[in-house]
Design a protein around this ligand. Sequence first.
Ligand SMILES: Cc1ncc(COP(=O)(O)O)c(C=O)c1O
Length: 437
Amino acid sequence: MSATIDPGAASGPDDRFAELDRLRVSSPLYDAVIDEVKGRRIRIGDHWLADFASCNYLGFDLDPEIIDSVADALRMWGTHPSWSRLLGNPRPYADIEERLTALLGAPDTLVLPTITHIHLSVIPVLAEGGWIALDDRAHKTVYDGCSVARGRGGTVCRFPTGDLDALAALLRRAPAGGANAGTSKAGTSKAGTSKAGTSKLICMDGVNSMTGNAPDLAAFAALAREHDALLYVDDAHGFGVLGERAADEPCPYGVRGNSIVRHVGETYDNIILVGGFSKAYSSLLAFLALPTALKNRLKVAAAPYLYSGPSPVASLATVLAGFDVNNARGDTIRSDLYRKSARVLAHVRRLGLATPNTSGLPIIEIPLDDADAVDAVGRFLYDAGIYVTLAAYPLVPRSEVGFRIQVTAANGDDEIDELCQTLSALVARFPVRTRAG
Ligand SMILES: Cc1ncc(COP(=O)(O)O)c(C=O)c1O
């Protein structure tokens, strides 16, 4: 579930999760056991559904070329390296980091098993007991990383999502210090040598996992540079989908899928980009784009590099094969993904629904007028053969409870027809929020 926990909205942990726990038991869309997968259709018991809850945006999970890459890799490396990365790195690790660095046009990259591992271990290292400004709609895992940093003496302030003025005001009041880890262009920052309490970090999402929209990254980067702060961006949902702009790009997502920094034509000065392969690339691996000095520091300071089991060999193989497919066919796949997302969005707009999505990206949230209807709406969609992510409280604030549709290139046009028909029927039956509302 890639959603944002509303961190301050309820009195105690038991209260906060009661509603979700009730849905976990009552809703067929939570905690389901999937018995079979055929293309983007899934079977639960004897009920087949079109899956619009998958983050496999490019359909790499089903790509024969990528699937076929696994067997040879397993024969060569076994199923799992089992060394922590500090102890030993099978050659695919070096190949992945080299190819990823080139794809992103970044100074260097470091891969670790998941983004969750990265946030929990790297944000506290970057903060070093210093100061963090946290976007109040950043992903829960970013929030958790900041909580660990706070537990190690850091100060965490929150700013309303997208609000540059509020962030600027916070930065003006922040204690003197700067971006550590050698990320600024002029080399004026401290290259990982800053003392505890002297760093300034801004943590936020790239493409937001619920709204499907991206922040004005260039403006945030400029603000970070102006205040000698480090901008830490989680683009889990942008990597593989958004990419650099090109005169001959087949769709507005850009080309190459090399993430939000390249999409907006930015450099990596004062920016640490975090992304993952577990969405568009359908593989269990995640990365940081960062300066080599910081990479070397994290090799001894970030727990997952030292202590955690690494990603399975099958994941390393599918990442490498994913790069090949991305080179050969990625832009065609993205163009198809754009077309399919546009079909759904056009229908949502025709129905007058109030989705926050203004980007055209394949994440389409539909808020309900009545948060209490979420269970019944979920049941209706399930019965109609449509599988979505229920965006229940506290995964989203109560005012935004609804459901999230995710489109992938592997969804057939027949499935999109079924989705659109079901949305039309849903609007006639339930209090779904309209654009005017
Ligand atoms: C924005 C965002 N960040 C991080 C994560 C967690 O990624 P991982 O599974 O690699 O830990 C998710 C997963 O849903 C996400 O949506």
